[in-house]
Design a protein around this ligand. Structure first.
Ligand SMILES: *[C@@H]1O[C@H](CO)[C@@H](O)[C@H](O)[C@H]1NC(C)=O
Ligand SMILES: *[C@@H]1O[C@H](CO)[C@@H](O)[C@H](O)[C@H]1NC(C)=O
Ligand SMILES: *[C@@H]1O[C@H](CO)[C@@H](O)[C@H](O)[C@H]1NC(C)=O
Ligand SMILES: *[C@@H]1O[C@H](CO)[C@@H](O)[C@H](O)[C@H]1NC(C)=O
Ligand SMILES: *[C@@H]1O[C@H](CO)[C@@H](O)[C@H](O)[C@H]1NC(C)=O
Ligand SMILES: *[C@@H]1O[C@H](CO)[C@@H](O)[C@H](O)[C@H]1NC(C)=O
Length: 330
């Protein structure tokens, strides 16, 4: 897997069951000597037309069970409206929700107006349409809510990655690039090392500044104290996002949160317990070798005790998968 700074999960659950590990493909990626970024004026990064047109539209689950959605977008000409108009495909009534707008500066970069609006009281397994950019140029999108949390409800997930690393213009181009997916499919965000953006040499001393302004997470709904680790339930899965770059020692808040979260997993409702993190605990590739080891030492016994089914990690620029692993002495 690539440098998975952002992870949206994606695997048909039944497919996961069929993963038996082992070497399944002879494909070997060609090494590119001098990789070049896509040019900033590439069509894939096109700015939508119209005055103050919303761009970089993306959505993520807003609550713990899938009945709220955080709708996020950027406007560049003026703050505009934080309002989202939405309706389900079977209702004749429109609803509105009001959110908040954020801006930040990073070295010589000033962000656009970043809007986040949580729309709530959604029905499960329902198509919703939504409109952003009220008052100026409006744009309409849609998404389908997950089925009600429960065992054996089929649900599809996917995995994607990114790494802008300090260059905030790339945060914008990437935001426009992923919109074609992220405006319609709720992505689940996990922060990686490229999102820390801590650089005292240029006066940037607030970790995760671009990430935390641009990508909101429903961490409060799972009693987390930091946006970088949290949980959601989605259909048949209880999904835990861990933070490789937040404190995780036994006296840390993340450790305390995880130890209170794991006993809440109810296998009669969520048959799958999935964990996402940035730095893998196991990898055989030379790059980032054993960087995940300190976290493994702290958390692995909990994963074993609570029988985590699947762990998805990124960071290492090479794909590997394995059957369940437990390096602890038994
Ligand atoms: C969104 O609204 C839901 C329902 O009121 C709430 O549980 C959740 O915490 C809110 N999420 C955010 C990110 O504000
Ligand atoms: C709901 O909003 C959309 C977009 O603004 C509009 O096209 C539609 O007519 C509205 N529906 C109702 C029932 O007001
Ligand atoms: C910001 O600084 C970087 C690095 O010095 C430079 O490449 C970039 O062009 C600057 N951007 C602006 C908007 O001045
Ligand atoms: C409403 O959405 C459901 C899927 O959630 C779909 O099966 C149905 O055809 C849609 N109805 C309309 C009128 O678009
Ligand atoms: C853009 O939308 C905002 C919010 O609805 C409104 O206050 C502002 O007047 C609009 N600007 C223009 C130029 O229409
Ligand atoms: C979701 O709704 C579709 C119809 O729109 C239905 O066929 C399907 O069984 C529903 N799924 C669940 C898990 O309720």
């Amino acid at each position: 897997m690539g440098n998975s700074s952002f992870v949206a999960i994606a695997l048909l659950m039944s497919v996961v069951v069929l993963c038996n590990g082992g070497k399944t493909s002879s494909y070997v990626r060609k090494l590119i000597q001098n990789p070049v970024d896509m040019p900033l004026d590439s069509d894939a990064f096109a700015i939508p037309p119209g005055y103050n047109a919303p761009q970089q539209v993306h959505i993520t689950q807003g609550d713990h069970v899938g009945q709220a959605m955080i709708i996020s977008w950027v406007t560049v000409d003026e703050p505009g409206s934080n309002e989202v108009i939405y309706w389900s495909n079977s209702s004749l009534q429109n609803f509105t929700a009001e959110g908040e707008v954020f801006t930040y500066t990073y070295y010589n970069y000033t962000s656009g107006f970043i809007h986040h609006t949580n729309i709530t009281n959604l029905q499960f397994n329902t198509t919703y349409f939504y409109v952003v950019g009220i008052g100026n140029t409006t744009r309409q999108f849609w998404f389908i809510t997950p089925p009600e949390v429960g065992i054996n409800v089929p649900y599809t997930f996917g995995i994607i990655d990114n790494y802008p690393n300090h260059d905030n213009v790339r945060w914008d181009t990437w935001g426009r690039f992923i919109e074609r997916s992220a405006a319609y499919q709720p992505w689940i965000w996990t922060a990686g090392n490229h999102e820390i953006d801590f650089d005292p040499q240029i006066g940037e001393t607030q970790p995760f500044k671009p990430f935390s302004n641009r990508y909101h997470t429903p961490y409060v709904a799972s009693q987390s104290t930091e946006p970088y680790y949290y949980s959601i339930k989605r259909g048949p899965a209880h999904i835990i996002v861990l933070a490789s770059y937040s404190a995780y020692g036994t006296s840390s808040l993340q450790y305390k949160w995880l130890t209170s979260e794991l006993p809440k997993v109810d296998r009669t409702k969520t048959s799958w317990l999935i964990v996402l993190m940035h730095a893998p605990w196991y990898n055989s590739y030379y790059s980032h070798y054993m960087e995940g080891e300190p976290m493994r030492v702290v958390f692995e016994s909990l994963f074993v005790k609570y029988k985590v089914d699947i762990v998805f990690a990124g960071h290492v620029h090479a794909y590997e998968r394995s059957v369940s692993v437990n390096a602890q002495p038994h």
